[in-house]
Design a protein around this ligand. Structure first.
Ligand code: UD1
Length: 342
């Protein structure tokens, strides 16, 4: 069965393609390569001994999408990862973010309608919860006003799907990721930050390697265990596995309604200082850090209630934080050696 994976050469997309192929699915990746490289397709082949189909497509161009579907009438489902994902950049260029993330999604849904494909999984984010009123946060929590245009595109993406499933024979699962980190144990695919990393773990591993002098810890006076922000860090392979479960659920019509939402987290919150400690425990390397002022837009604490995903999907995050850190460290070392090739 052929699954279309948009953004399949990206970080979470590539890990998901690996899991899909290993579960026996045929995969067609589309990506505009604006934030990833076609080399990833070969890396996936090295891991799975099977090359996924790949086509460079600009999803914002409806005609390109239309001819892709016309030439691939055997697609049974789509997983939609393709999106711009930098919060800071989205604040500087809101229209670019809204246009890119929403138009690509709308074009995909127009094609699903036109070609009568009824299954779609959407890549959403815990960012939709903002600063939650209670923790752990479950799927029924109030959706807070988005802190950034990036966050808006995830909220609107969910809303677009909620409306669209009522208009034609479409069923959707939206997966709200908490903080994905780590990478595949083969060390062949992983997160490739461009420029100075904005996410915690790539910045931390670059500090460990000496590329950055200090890790700046954003804020030390939050109302948390040690004053630093708390997040639910989850291994990207655990996230990827959940997509296979979601796709099977839709294809086998095991879903309870045509619009479902699940949290993907471990259910455990770690502070920034606890993450530094976890890295030091996992690798034996000390991290230089400085506590500086808060980063605007950061929420104090967010971690998932995973009951629904555990019970309904039969899925549970399995990989420990030490393993997440070990894999992130191995990847960082490879990235610096081979960054020109990746
Ligand atoms: C960010 C986005 C979120 C998005 C997610 C995945 C923001 C406000 N949120 O989550 O919408 O869904 O990425 O793309 O950007 N930290 C430091 N020093 C650093 C980097 C981070 O102390 O150099 C801290 C942050 O303050 C935060 C934690 O580490 O408490 C995690 O930060 P990060 O990895 O950027 O993810 P989020 O901000 O949680």
């Amino acid at each position: 069965m052929k699954i279309l994976v948009t953004g399949g050469t990206g970080y979470i997309g590539s890990h998901t393609v690996v899991e899909l192929q290993q579960a026996g699915f045929e995969v067609l990746i589309i990506d505009n390569l604006s934030n990833s490289s076609e080399v990833v397709v070969d890396c996936i082949e090295k891991i799975t001994s099977k090359k996924p189909h790949f086509k460079k497509i600009e999803m914002c161009n409806f005609n390109e999408m239309d001819s892709l579907f016309a030439n691939n009438t055997d697609i049974v489902a789509a997983i939609h990862f393709a999106a711009k994902i930098e919060v800071g950049e989205s604040v500087k260029h809101p229209l670019m973010y809204l246009e890119n993330n929403l138009l690509s999604q709308i074009n995909l849904l127009k094609c699903l309608e036109k070609y009568a494909i009824k299954n779609v999984v959407f890549s959403s984010s815990c960012t939709v919860y903002g600063n939650p009123d209670s923790l752990p946060v479950n799927e029924n929590a109030t959706i807070k006003k988005a802190e950034s245009p990036y966050g808006s595109t995830k909220q609107m993406g969910e809303e677009i799907l909620e409306h669209t499933v009522k208009s034609f024979n479409l069923q959707n699962i939206s997966l709200r990721y908490f903080n994905p980190i780590g990478n595949h144990k083969s060390n062949l695919i992983g997160e490739i930050p461009h420029g100075v990393p904005s996410h915690l773990v790539p910045y931390l591993t670059q500090t460990a390697l000496g590329i950055r002098q200090y890790l700046n810890v954003f804020g030390g006076n939050y109302n948390t265990i040690d004053g630093t922000c708390v997040r639910d860090y989850i291994h990207v392979v655990d996230i990827a596995r959940a997509h296979v479960v979601a796709i099977e659920r839709l294809i086998q019509n095991k879903n309870k309604s045509n619009y479902e939402v699940f949290n993907l987290g471990t259910g455990i919150g770690f502070s920034v200082l606890q993450m530094i400690q976890a890295f030091e425990n996992a690798t034996g390397i000390k991290i230089n850090y400085k506590i500086i002022e808060r980063r605007s837009g950061d929420v104090e604490a967010v971690y998932a209630d995973t009951t629904k995903a555990n019970n309904e999907l039969g899925w549970k995050a399995e990989i420990s934080v030490e393993e997440m850190m070990r894999s992130a460290w191995e990847w960082e070392k490879r990235l610096q050696k081979e960054k020109n090739k990746l």
